[in-house]
Design a protein around this ligand. Structure first.
Ligand SMILES: N[C@@H](CCC(=O)N[C@@H](CS)C(=O)NCC(=O)O)C(=O)O
Length: 219
């Protein structure tokens, strides 16, 4: 059986959990935090989560895992359509990660862990997030999903990237990031009403208690 390494607070981990839920794939989880132990690095080369253990070996990088799952479990495709349509989904996945998730992450220390981030970083992140959401607005269809009428990998990555990016934009810059893409709010609402997404959010809330203790133990 597939084994997923990571923890329920991780947005990347939750992208894979949602893909599993949508496809109805059975899997087990090993709860662990990112770390640089030799044992974990032998599975996850950067020590990050998620990592997926398959019969053939371990895979990391969320977009890669999503594509692997789609290739092996083609029911309920997350990359539906012809080669152009599939590429468009990959484009949106990459945009959500590069231009929302990653810039927002630079401000996570201040927003989620109470560690001040310098003003230059904040200025760069503010600009990057606005550009990112505007870019996605130009590329996505929002009809109602990012790539059209089917929920795809792009929506999964957007959901768990835009949520944290919105918190960063709201708390640090007083901005409503979702306002910058028409129908983004509607899409987030729709996705957040799904049973599988609600369950993942409940797991996250519960896991947050242990995670906060873990973070406190680091200082
Ligand atoms: N590019 C990676 C990013 C995964 C990632 O950053 N995961 C976070 C947890 S949400 C992590 O492991 N952080 C620890 C670190 O960056 O060393 C992916 O697509 O899976």
């Amino acid at each position: 059986m597939l084994t997923l390494y990571g923890f329920d607070v991780s947005n990347y981990f939750n992208m894979i959990k949602l893909a599993f839920a949508i496809k109805g794939i059975e899997y087990k989880t090993v709860t662990l935090y990112p770390n640089q132990s030799a044992k974990y690095l032998s599975k996850s080369p950067m020590g990050k989560v998620p990592a997926l253990e398959t019969e053939q070996g371990v895979l990391t990088e969320t977009n890669v895992i999503l594509e692997y799952l789609d290739d092996n479990y083609p029911d309920k495709p997350l990359y539906p359509g012809n080669t152009f349509e599939k590429a468009k989904i990959r484009e949106l996945v990459k945009m959500a990660e590069l231009y929302l998730e990653l810039p927002a992450r630079r401000c996570h220390p201040e927003v989620f862990f109470g560690q001040a981030v310098d003003d230059l970083t904040k200025k760069e992140v503010k600009r990057a997030l606005c550009k990112g959401m505007e870019g996605i607005a130009r590329c996505a269809q929002f009809s109602p999903y990012l790539a059209g009428k089917h929920l795809t990998a792009a929506d999964i990555v957007f959901l768990y990237s835009a949520d944290l990016a919105s918190v960063v934009a709201g708390k640090l810059f007083g901005l409503d990031l979702l306002d910058m893409a028409p129908s983004a709010k509607q899409l987030m609402t729709q996705l957040n009403q799904r049973e599988d997404v609600i369950k993942i959010a409940a797991d996250r809330k519960l896991a947050n208690i242990e995670f906060n203790k873990y973070i406190a133990s680091l200082s």
